[in-house]
Ligand binder design. Structure first.
Ligand code: BGC
Length: 431
């Protein structure tokens, strides 16, 4: 059975991200940023203050870093040596979900289970030492409101996390409680930051000309250094980093698959941009479109399957064909496999182009009426790092949108920035 060509072209066109479309997204993004700077409530982005600016690069000392926000929780001991140098002296990590064993992020889990799990990992990272004082930096990667660097109240879960009893709470209080229950009173949390902020701190610790930090992974979000905001309770230099929470950006037109995905998600109406671009949702969009083409009720592709299919460049597409057969329960003919692969690529390319449009919105905003200065956008996350087609399409879209100025702007991978950034934030808070 072959798909009807007209039907295929119609589905494919839903995921087109034309130059005009991404230019409009970049302009709307910039405008929403400007609106948010005047009044965050009027923007679709939350524009959350982080109470931290850039590090000087001279931060030193040993800190604990808790990185919580994706599928794995990590606790690290990191020795900062200044001048961009550091050493990870201990690394502990476990997933929040092991199918069939436990799940700390579902509706049936509890605060005690979730934070007890974090406390156990911290205990492991300090080798059960309940005497020595450890300062802890905490990367907490969800929209949280802050009045200072060390207290963050979870506004709303994202990325389909659903543990009851955490929204509206100060996460440090929950953590301190859990630590206490384990008899740990020597771990002192001193800074809570978003993972995008952590990536920016980490990249800026190591090199100059970085003002924007982004996560392009299970979730998606970006922060940037806003030079016009200074707060006596803030740390660091150059102004204040704003966590945009641009996963919630809404000033762009979703296609019918985006609309349907949003409606059946954990939080309909929220995180519309993230649901169009991030790894948590890309596989679902692809599954919905493929199911429609094949007349199936449901297929279940993940972003990793998408990566496997699209990276198969062999003439017979054996690997792609195998992955598809496994998910749809039957072998398709080569022409159909090729079309599904084309659809897969279109969804990835749309994601990369939309994310780039948001970066350009920030670059334009920072430049104001002046020249676009040399800068690197620091990015961490599996989609950016590993998904085929992403980096080249980011570069292409940067050139399309920035023209000659694209020579001044690039994206750089800041691998593991979430952990390092937390340690840097802790150092900034106590030094
Ligand atoms: C969260 C952000 C986070 C991003 C990447 C989003 O779902 O709202 O706070 O930075 O995921 O982890």
């Amino acid at each position: 059975m072959s798909f009807e060509e007209g039907k295929f072209q119609e589905v494919l066109s839903e995921f087109a991200a034309t130059p005009e479309f991404i230019r409009e997204v970049a302009a709307n993004f910039r405008q929403d940023l400007q609106i948010g700077l005047r009044d965050p409530k009027s923007s679709s982005m939350r524009m959350l203050k982080s109470y931290v600016g850039l590090p000087t690069g001279k931060e030193t000392g040993e800190y604990l870093a808790l990185d919580f926000g994706g599928t794995n929780v990590r606790v690290l001991r990191i020795k900062l040596e200044g001048e961009g140098r550091y050493e990870i002296t201990k690394r502990v990590g476990e997933p929040l979900v092991v199918p069939g064993e436990y799940d700390y992020i579902c509706k049936n889990s509890t605060v005690d289970q979730m934070f007890g799990f974090l406390a156990r990992l911290i205990d492991e990272a300090i080798d059960g030492d309940h005497e020595t004082k450890f300062y802890l930096g905490h990367t907490f990667s969800f929209p949280s409101s802050q009045d200072d660097l060390n207290n963050a109240k979870l506004i709303i879960w994202t990325k389909e996390f659903a543990t009851p009893g955490v929204e509206g709470k100060v996460v440090n209080d929950l953590l301190l409680d859990a630590l206490k229950k384990r008899g740990i009173e020597n771990v002192v949390p001193v800074a809570v930051i978003n993972d995008t902020v952590a990536v920016l701190l980490s990249a800026a610790y190591k090199q100059s000309d970085v003002y924007t930090g982004s996560i392009y992974a299970t979730g998606h979000n970006t922060c940037y250094l806003e030079g016009s905001i200074h707060d006596p309770k803030g740390f660091g230099v150059g102004g204040m980093i704003l966590n945009l929470e641009c996963g919630n950006f809404m000033k762009l037109t979703p296609n019918r698959f985006d609309v349907e995905l949003d409606q059946k998600s954990e939080k309909p109406g929220e995180q519309r941009f993230e649901k169009m671009v991030s790894g948590r949702y890309m596989g679902e969009l692809f599954s919905m479109a493929v199911a429609e083409l094949l007349g199936e009720k449901k297929c279940d592709f993940s972003a990793i399957d998408m990566s496997g299919i699209v990276s198969d460049e062999s003439p017979q597409l054996d690997k792609a064909s195998e992955i598809i057969a496994e998910k749809v329960g039957r072998k398709l003919e080569l022409a159909d496999v090729a079309r599904i692969r084309e659809l897969d690529a279109a969804i990835i390319i749309r994601s990369a182009r939309l994310v780039t449009a948001s970066y350009v919105g920030i670059v334009w905003q920072r430049a104001g009426n002046g020249k676009i200065q040399k800068q690197h956008v620091a990015v961490d996350g599996s989609v950016y790092e590993k998904m085929p087609l992403v980096k080249e399409n980011i570069n292409r879209a940067l050139s399309e949108l920035l023209g000659e100025d694209a020579a001044n702007v690039d994206t750089i991978l800041d691998n593991g920035g979430s952990g390092l950034g937390a340690a840097i934030a802790a150092a900034m808070a106590v030094e």
